[in-house]
Design a protein around this ligand. Sequence first.
Ligand SMILES: [Zn+2]
Length: 316
Amino acid sequence: MVLVITDSINRDNMALYGYGRPTTPRLLAHKAQAGEQMAVLQNAWSVDASTLPALRNMFHFGLPESENPPHLLALARAAGYKVWWISNHDDLAIEQQHARLADVVDMVNRTPGRASASLDGEILDCVQEAFADTSTDRKLIVVHLMGAHPHYSLRFPENANPFDDDVDAVENGLVKDGRSAWVRRFRQEYDAALLYHDFVVSELLQQTRSAGKPGEDRAWMYLSDHGQEVGHGSDRAGHSPSTASGYRIPTVIWRNREPLPSVAAQQQPFRADWTGWALMDLLRIQWNGQMPERNVLDPSYRWQVPELPAIVESFG
Ligand SMILES: [Zn+2]
């Protein structure tokens, strides 16, 4: 099982979700190939606009304030999984709260803070090593990417911005909405970061799809910790607790066994603080804390509107 957590990706900028710039050609190719084995949750939301609370919610089943909250990695280990934490972040709090629970910790990037320029592709070799490990047949590989965290221009290789100076429908729409040249420029860099991100995420999916022996269960889940405002709802760029863009995330699930939610069911809203419930299903772990109504993969799943500090006109 591979869990890919990325940073600051707003699904509205992914061609996979209908965006006007070709930012996700590789994920679209996977989708065309994978068919019913790949579900793109169309209305996925984070309930936190920054990394630390988002990860805390994600790994504690949305119950971080409860007494002795369960932690997903501890449960996976108790069920016999060997757990990897492979990260392009250098964040002490994340290490202490989550990574320390893994058996193997690979912090690829040792430059503290998110102004660091280590590209996410640096983690791919470590993930390949985790796949090659023969000491266990139960693996949970957590990959923590920098995604499109500001500064956007640090998130893709030099000279790899095809949206530079593009006058396309996206650019014209931003002009029409009165967005400044400054924000339109950020949007181009953000979209270039998404294009590079598409490469890294697709490689991780490819590694998962081609790993293991025939007949072995494999699963892959990808989501962002929170969204990002880049001229979507206001003339600014960055983390955005007060606008819906700060919470609009992608969530994609692939698995080689058992049907995923139907195309109709993929329209149901999903909240990232309930990720743990779906992950336990993907890991095939039965436990006494199960709540099928919070597991987006379960037929009895039922959406509940989260309380956000932003005004959201519609969740889906
Ligand atoms: Zn973040």
